[in-house]
Design a protein around this ligand. Structure first.
Ligand code: GN1
Ligand code: MG
Length: 364
């Protein structure tokens, strides 16, 4: 038997065994890795009868308090389900994530190697988009993420822990970047030279939202914090169904979710496209997204929140550019990478997107 096959068999045994710890009445048939995330390991578990399930190993190197993370996301999902209580059971199961408890009644299982696992019901006949190809998806994405914020807005944010402290804190991300400069190899510093300069030149503008958050001028809400478009499920008619990947739900400002969605919706290419000629900021998608988002959120946004939405988009693209660059300079210790310059390519891509956005900023 070849090595790959041996590993494959070990993995299937492991997934079967972990899956059996959870309280469902289903029989494991096969699995498929869902490989689009950069942090966790995620598997679709196919069972003899529907529904299928999603089994996920949470990266506890990145998420230091997994039980806290699970508590955050399960509580927010239950809250959202309650608020959608008028829907039929079937509809509800397509509009909100349902977590499956273990046989002991917890929402995660810790295996003998210290890995944490959780299980969700798979939402069938749903589609995701890595990039957006038409305005309707941008509009529906705006509605979906706006609705999520809206539904979560009366959840008591003080019940949520900071799953990753300082996650979108710009001062913290700059200090990580500055540390990485001290330790980076000559070669990586040289490869990244042009982008290091941009980071240094952007410091003041990129702290505007941070300061407004710190001073309390922009209020804290319950935010998703990873609203890339691939974290939205659509049905076959391109209607938004459900926001997924709620691992980073915690207190934040509206600009985080608004901006991170724009980052992926308005990019004409995937976030790691290395041909920068393909990367630009699509203003029509921006307008469509804003329309959908404001239909759900406008009544709830303060003038200062509204005023800074465009800068929120720029800031969120920038913070990802900065984080990818920092990880490149740190020899790729955080994000999963497929090849040596993957993080640098991601970073360059985001800087190109900012450049294109900046050219259209007045219209935004
Ligand atoms: C990571 O693993 P994934 O794809 O859900 C990251 C996000 C980034 C994203 C970039 C915990 O999310 O902040 O926006 O990659 N999540 C964490 O694609 O760092
Ligand atoms: Mg995520």
């Amino acid at each position: 038997m070849c090595i790959r096959q041996t590993f494959g068999n070990m993995l299937i045994d492991q997934l079967k065994s972990v899956f059996s710890q959870f309280a469902h009445r289903s029989e494991f048939e096969s699995f498929k890795e869902l490989a689009s995330g950069h942090i966790n390991d995620t598997y679709l578990i196919k069972t003899s009868e529907k529904p299928f399930f999603v089994l996920q190993r949470i990266n506890h190197g990145v998420f230091k308090n997994v039980p806290g993370l699970i508590n955050n996301k399960v509580s927010v999902s239950l809250h959202i389900q309650k608020k959608m209580g008028h829907l039929s059971q079937e509809e509800l199961s397509r509009r909100a994530i349902s977590f499956v408890p273990t046989n002991d009644g917890a929402y995660y299982f810790k295996d003998e190697d210290g890995n944490f696992w959780n299980v969700m019901v798979f939402i069938a006949e749903s589609f995701t988009h890595l990039t957006v190809q038409d305005e309707e998806i941008a509009y529906e994405g705006g509605k979906l993420f706006g609705e999520f914020l809206n539904l979560a807005s009366d959840f008591d944010a003080s019940l949520l822990m900071d799953v990753i402290p300082n996650f979108h804190n710009m001062a913290f991300r700059y200090s990580q970047f500055e540390d990485s400069l001290k330790l980076a190899s000559e070669e990586r510093l040289e490869r990244a030279k042009e982008y290091i300069q941009i980071v240094q030149d952007s410091k003041e503008e990129m702290h505007i939202l941070q300061k407004l958050k710190d001073s309390g001028e922009i209020k804290l809400r319950v935010t998703h914090n990873d609203t890339k478009i691939s974290n939205a499920l659509f049905d076959k008619n391109n209607k938004g169904m459900c926001v997924i990947d709620t691992d980073t739900v915690m207190p934040g400002i509206v600009h985080y979710d608004f901006g991170d969605a724009i980052r992926t919706i308005c990019n004409t290419a995937a976030e790691d496209e290395s041909n920068l000629d393909l990367v630009s900021f699509n203003l029509d998608y921006y307008k469509a997204y804003v329309k959908g988002f404001l239909e759900e959120m406008e009544g709830d946004l303060s003038p200062i929140e509204l005023k800074y939405l465009p800068l929120g988009a720029k800031t969120m693209i920038f913070i990802m550019a900065l984080r990818f660059l920092t990880d490149f300079l740190s020899n790729d210790i955080y994000y999963k990478t497929a090849y040596p310059e993957h993080n640098l390519d991601r970073s360059k891509n985001q800087f190109k997107l900012i450049q294109s956005l900046t050219e259209q900023f007045d219209e935004m």
